[in-house]
Every structure is written in C-alpha cells, then in structure tokens.
Design a protein around this ligand. Structure first.
Ligand code: SRM
Ligand code: SF4
Length: 521
C-alpha cells in the first residue's frame, strides 16, 4: 500500500484513484456495498469508481443513484425494456428514465441496496451497464435504422456489437480498457445521412467506396475520422486519419486506436486528455503510422469522398422499411424523458405490433420497427401516441436537452423542464415552415450538443440587477448530415427569463417562422 501511494503521489486525483484501485474491482464488492448502504461506503468508491459499473452517485439526490446502460447501436428488445421499466417502477415518483444523446438509456432513483437484484435482472436479459462512465469507451452509436433502411450502404449493427464486446468483454468488464486517460466516443455510420453525428466522436467510421482501377472495381468500406470532442475547454470536429478500412478491419482499428490512446494519451491534465490533444502533439501522420504498426500492416489511404450525401433525417413519423410490407414508426419522446409506465407500454407496443425490437436515436427518441402495414392504423390509434407523437410540432420535434440541474451537479441551469415549457410557448406564438433543431445543454461540457444545433443554448450564470441568475450563451450555424459542421457562439449571457423573445426573433429572422395571427374575439 505504501509503495502504491509513493508511486501515485504525483498523479492527478483521477489518475491516482484509478492507479490505487480499478473501478471494475467494485464488481466483486457489490453485495457488500448493497449491504452497508451509500452512507457507509468509501467515498471514492461511491463518487467515482461505481461509475465503472454504470452507477452514478448524484449529489443533487443523494441516496438515489443514476444508472447508465450500454445500448449498442441504440437497439434493445422488449424484454430488456420491460426490465428497465420494472426497475424504475419500484421507485414510484422518484423513478424515471432518460434517453441520452448517445442512443442510450439512464435510469433514475436507484437505491444501492437493490443493486444485486438489479444486476441479476439485467444479466437475465443480456443488458449491461459496464464501463459506461468515467475513463472508458462510451456507448457506441450506429445508424438507428440500420438493417431497415433501403438506402443504407451498410448495416452497422453487428460491427457495433463486436466493438462493444471487445471493450467490455461481452458486457462482463475488460480490465485492458478500464484505465483510459479520459472518456472515448466511437460512432459508425452505414447510412447516407450521418445520423450519429460522426464528426463529434473521438473515432468515427463513415461510409466510403475505394476504387481499384486495375481491377475496375469498387469496394465498400469506411473512411476513418479521429479526434472529435466537446469539453468545457475546447470543442473540435473530428479530422480524417487518411485511412480507408474494409468493414472486416473496423474492430481491429478500434482496438489499435484505443490502445494507442490508453498507452500514449496525456494523463497529467484532465482538461487536455482527449485524443485530439495527442493528435496535436504527434500530428496525424504519426498517429496513422502507430496504428499501422499495431496492426502490423499498411493501411489504404482514405477514399476520395465520403458517401454521406443526404440531409440528416430525424426518423420521427412513419416510414417504409426495406423489408416489403413492413414499417418503422418514430415516436417523439419530449426531451427524452419517460416514466416506468411509458417504458412498459413501449415494450408492449413493440411486442404486439412489431417484432419486439425497440430503437433509440441520438435525438433522444424511440423507433418501433417491423410493424406490418395491416397493423399500422390500429397502432396509430394507441393512446400512448397522444403522449409520444408521430407528428409533433415542428419546434418540439427536434428539441434535445441534456439532464441539467434537476439531477446533474455540473449544471449551471435547469434544462429539460425549461426547454419543454419554452418550446410549447414558442409553438403557441409562431407558425413554422420546417423543423428547427434547438439543443439545450446545462453547462459547457456540452452533453446536449449545442454545437450541432440550428440554435444551441449553453447554460451559464450571469449577473442581472445585481443578482446571479441562470442564463444561456447562444450557438448557431451547426450543420448536421452531409457537410456537417459545428456551430459557434453568437450571443453571450442572455438571462433565461428574457430568452423567449430572443428565440422568437431568431426563429423569425433566420428560420422562416411567422407570428400567429392574434385570435379575433
Ligand atoms: Fe456528458 C459528464 C450526462 C453525452 C460531454 N455527462 C457528464 C455527467 C456524467 C456529469 C455528472 O457526473 O453529473 C452527466 C450525468 C448527468 C446525469 O445525471 O444524467 C452527463 N452526457 C450526459 C447525457 C446523459 C446527456 C443527455 O441528457 O443525453 C449523455 C449520456 C451519453 C451516454 O449515454 O453515454 C451525455 N456528454 C455527452 C456528450 C454528447 C455525445 O457523446 O455525443 C458529450 C460531448 C461529446 C464529447 O464527450 O466529446 C458529453 N459529459 C461531457 C463532459 C465533457 C468531456 C470532456 O472531455 O471534458 C463531461 C465532464 C467530464 O467528463 O469531465 C460529461
Ligand atoms: Fe450535466 Fe453539463 Fe452534461 Fe448537462 S452538459 S448533463 S449540465 S455535465
């Protein structure tokens, strides 16, 4: 023990806690932890190491933990959704769940004494929460209509699962990858509209064809992007690694890059630890060479162009699948929040009308696929669709929000409830010609991705009339889909209480919204 302390003395707090004990070690201590309860637990285990198991202490609601799942490619079964619904159901009003901006689900209200039971239930239906927080590879995103979309280039589902299995050892935990310098985000898109926001991931694979002139043939594969990330200090879009890979090579390339990040990424300053900081130091050519060295072979240069040639779809509504006679229906889940009853009902609808499959989008919505044409009309009459609309208002439709102050202690403002209320009010005031994507995020960490929005709102604290009040910085110019680019800050420090008229003007001036005629009485 003394020796460990000596060798970790110069490390920052997080490197030290990781060096002293791997977060995964808590897996063996769950029964003990559940028995002694959160108040008696070692504080470092409670506040940090539990996140390796996907269990997050919430200082805002002490005793009621958040659990972050892993839902690869955002796809789950109705049995899994039943289990998730049942878990939050037992917490009554304290229980709820959120669909996240990484196509994932977080549960709220969790009591630590229930963990053994909950993990057993998850195990029974093939769910895992492992390595979903802290310095790990996060939920891997893929096209939400993979395998359903007649126009897709490649069905990403299997690849995403293989990558998750690699980094998590099939959901059991993989100590090889539990001590990265920082979080690591991976996305693979096989569709034409970049529905995963490839450009904001540390590592992304985008569809591209490689030409072989000698053989007069083209082969499908992916161009590789690296280094995209958002943080309070810096935001960068991913840049080309100048590599094209065949689908068979994707998993190995992920392994090589994450190993390089693990072994060479910077660990001294957590604000400068994401992959892009290493790329700054090394240059892209060195990173590429290191990847080749790890793989033991040369890689082909990037194909000249990506095959992302569509505007981004939001998947809300009713769409034909590539399988004749089948449809997928995208339900709008306002700011991604649902309660136990909603979750159980979604599971039921997926079973009764579809194949039992449920999908999630990075816009925090749900897709139920595989609904036969003959069942569609009956499905559309289901009462749940009054709450989770198939044709929501054009502003509500694209609303995204991070967790905010209700549960997140980093938050500078309340987000989800405020975003909902303001959007409803703006829809009462304005008529829209097309959807406008507004993203709320409670602090500069940017979990709500304001930089990809038409209008991004980032929480801040400001002074108004001598008082500190909640406010936002406004981002604009985020472009998604083909030719994606990040938005930038255009206006700083608007008090939330003054925000609605500011948004109204922006929507009228830049997005074709019109004031509704006042009612004639
Ligand atoms: Fe995030 C930390 C919520 C997506 C950047 N994020 C947090 C924590 C864990 C902070 C905390 O412990 O309270 C938040 C948990 C609050 C809670 O109770 O829910 C949190 N992040 C979220 C979620 C739930 C937002 C949402 O409402 O959807 C998203 C969960 C994704 C998932 O399923 O894994 C979420 N976070 C993101 C994204 C968006 C993305 O991945 O596309 C980003 C920006 C992209 C990126 O990471 O490059 C993001 N979260 C951060 C950061 C800044 C990272 C950095 O390098 O500095 C932090 C703070 C940190 O890690 O130190 C953070
Ligand atoms: Fe919390 Fe800030 Fe992330 Fe919102 S952006 S969930 S407030 S850390």
């Amino acid at each position: 023990m003394t020796e460990t302390v000596t060798t970790t003395a110069n490390l920052n707090k997080f490197e030290k806690l990781k060096a002293e004990k791997d977060g995964l070690a808590l897996k063996e201590e769950i029964e003990k932890i559940a028995k002694i309860g959160w108040e008696a637990m070692d504080e470092t285990d409670r506040d940090h190491r539990l996140k390796w198991l996907g269990v997050f202490f919430r200082p805002v609601t002490p005793g009621q933990f958040m659990m972050r799942m892993r839902i690869p490619n955002g796809i789950l079964t109705s049995s899994q959704m039943y289990v998730l619904g049942e878990v939050v159901q037992r917490y009554g009003d304290d229980g709820s769940a959120d669909i996240t901006t990484r196509q994932n689900i977080q549960l709220r209200g969790i009591r630590i004494e229930d963990l053994v039971d909950i993990f057993n239930k998850f195990h029974g239906v093939g769910l895992t929460t492992i390595q979903s927080g802290m310095d790990n590879v996060r939920n891997i995103t893929g096209d939400p209509v993979a395998g359903l979309d007649a126009h897709e280039w490649y069905d990403t589902r299997e690849l995403v699962q293989q990558i998750q299995d690699l980094f998590t050892n099939y959901g059991e935990g993989n100590p090889e990858f539990t001590n990265l310098p920082r979080k690591f985000n991976i996305a693979i898109t096989g569709g034409r509209d970049n529905s995963v926001h490839a450009e904001i991931n540390d590592l992304a694979f985008v569809p591209a064809f490689q030409e072989n002139q000698e053989r007069n043939s083209v082969t499908f594969g992916f161009n590789v992007l690296v280094g995209g990330f958002f943080s309070g200090k810096r935001c960068e879009a991913a840049i080309p690694l100048n590599v094209w890979v065949h689908p068979d090579e994707v998993v190995a390339v992920c392994k090589a890059i994450v190993e390089i990040f693990r072994d060479h990424g910077f660990r001294a300053n957590r604000q400068k630890a994401r992959l892009m900081w290493l790329i700054d130091e090394w240059g892209i050519d060195r990173l590429r060479r290191e990847v080749e060295q790890r793989l033991g072979k040369e890689l082909l240069p990037a194909a000249p162009k990506d095959e992302i040639d569509w505007e981004k779809r939001d998947h809300i509504g009713i769409y034909e699948q590539k399988q004749p006679g089948l449809y997928y229906v995208g339900l709008h889940i306002p700011v991604g929040r649902f309660c136990a009853e909603d979750m159980l009902e979604i599971a039921r609808l997926a079973e009764v009308y579809g194949s039992g499959e449920i999908r999630l989008t990075v816009e925090q919505n749900v897709i139920i696929p595989n609904i036969a044409e003959s069942r569609l009309q009956t499905f559309l009459q289901e009462p749940l669709l009054d709450k989770f609309a198939v044709t929501p208002g054009l502003l509500m439709r694209s609303l995204v929000s991070c967790t905010g102050a209700q549960f997140c202690n980093f938050a500078l403002i309340e987000t989800k409830n405020r975003a909902l209320a303001m959007t409803k009010d703006l829809e009462k005031e304005l008529i829209f010609a097309y959807p406008v994507r507004i993203h709320w995020t409670g602090c500069p960490n940017s979990c709500g991705q304001p930089q990809v929005a038409d209008i991004g709102l980032m929480g801040t604290k400001i002074r108004k009339n001598g008082q500190t009040v909640e406010g936002v910085d406004i981002y604009m110019g985020g472009k998604v889909g083909k030719d994606a680019q990040l938005g930038t800050c255009v206006q700083k420090g608007i008090p939330c209480e003054d925000l609605q008229p500011v948004l109204r003007e922006l929507l009228i001036q830049h997005f074709g919204a019109r004031l509704r005629e006042p009612a004639i009485v």
